[in-house]
Design a binder for this molecule. Structure first.
Ligand code: COI
Length: 361
């Protein structure tokens, strides 16, 4: 199988500097897209081919395209940051590339070589570098690589054609409130994923499955829903788009990967960042009973959510059927904010990158 080189076909009409700057002044999350996108095709018998960087534009699909019916789709999320010297770097793109391969395997899709994934992201960031927000703020350029099955037909089987794309969107804080603590509804009946299912793959179906519970959380006045395991309805899994961390003084705990939890790149990085700062950082099962009890007796000092989009977001209020409590007085906790700053310092290039995590372009 050959690794395609991306052919550059840049736009003749990119947005003007003034239009782009107006967007960058208040990008929100996922609302605006840069001037270009990368596309690479896969065809059975031929492999990956026709890698191109082209103007950002709608794609046209036959109504019988299999992704529209049977949801063979996977995606990733990673960010490019502006460094103090004006250069640009992405954070651990190989981790996303490797997870993309694992997701592809789970969804019976072809695995894109890691180097092609990175080449595609690099080509887009290089072309649309002016879209990477200025150094120093909350903003970055969010990259969204994804792959869809493009065979036309209604037979249920792995498709024989796929399209891989990368698009990019300037991003501010994921939550409209910025780093303000979010409130969480612990759902004890709806589950996100089951053992042996695809909860550890980054596929749109998992996010579709989370939306009803998310709407129920919103109806209870909460920002996010937290899922428990699907068998015992006891063990904390994740928020659907983010992993969770529990802070016990100098010890931080994230739920052990169960097969139905997505292995977040931020989650993984924080285990290392926390140890670098002198904390004990472990993966352990955490039950919802333990969460409530330890918050009420004060031993659980802080809780935070983490993900590429959300970075680190403190948890303020937690509600479950018949109970409600606050974490760290409903304010961002000290450990949470220290870890957040330490991670952002690495990503923005203001401290030494001692783990070699940044991929400069
Ligand atoms: C991310 O953090 O990159 C995610 O994928 C979460 C969400 C925006 C889908």
């Amino acid at each position: 199988m050959t690794t395609p080189t991306i052919e550059l076909k840049p736009s003749a009409n990119p947005l003007s500097d003034a239009e782009r700057e107006a967007i960058l002044a208040n990008p929100g999350f996922g609302r605006h897209f840069t001037d270009h996108m990368v596309t690479i095709k896969w065809t059975e018998g031929r492999g990956w081919h026709d890698g191109q960087l082209v103007p950002y534009a709608p794609i046209s699909l036959d109504p019988a395209t299999t992704v529209l019916h049977y949801a063979q789709e996977i995606f990733e999320g990673l960010k490019a940051y502006r460094r103090p010297d004006g250069s640009v770097a992405t954070f651990r793109p190989e981790k996303n590339a490797e997870r993309f391969q694992r997701s592809a395997h789970r969804l019976a899709m072809p695995e894109l070589p890691v180097e092609t994934f990175i080449e595609a992201c690099d080509a887009l960031v290089q072309q649309d570098k002016a879209w990477v927000p200025a150094h120093g703020g909350e903003e970055s350029l969010y990259l969204r690589p994804f792959m869809i099955a493009t065979e036309v037909g209604l037979g249920v089987k792995p498709a024989n054609e796929y399209l891989f794309l990368v698009i990019a969107s300037p991003a501010g804080a994921y939550f409209p409130g910025g780093v303000k603590p979010v409130s969480i509804w612990v759902s004890e009946d709806r589950v996100r994923a089951v053992p042996g299912g695809m909860g550890d793959a980054k596929t749109g179906g998992n996010y579709a499955a989370s939306l009803l519970a998310q709407a129920e959380a919103a109806a209870k006045g909460c920002d996010q829903v937290c899922y428990l395991d699907a068998v015992e309805h006891t063990w904390v899994e994740e928020l659907g788009g983010m992993n969770l961390y529990f802070v016990y003084g100098d010890k931080i705990v994230t739920p052990t990967l169960s097969g139905s939890i997505l292995e977040g790149v931020t989650r993984d990085s924080l285990l290392t960042v926390a140890r670098d700062l002198g904390y004990e950082a472990v993966e352990e099962r955490v039950s919802v009973e333990q969460w409530q009890r330890d918050s009420e007796n004060g031993s659980l000092t802080e809780v935070f959510a983490c993900g590429t989009a959300a970075v680190i977001t403190p948890v303020g209020t937690v509600k479950r059927a018949g109970a409600e409590w606050r974490q760290s007085g409903g304010e961002p906790g000290e450990v949470t904010m220290r870890l957040r700053q330490a991670l952002l310092d690495i990503q923005r290039g203001t401290v030494e990158d001692k783990h070699g995590w940044m991929h400069t372009l």
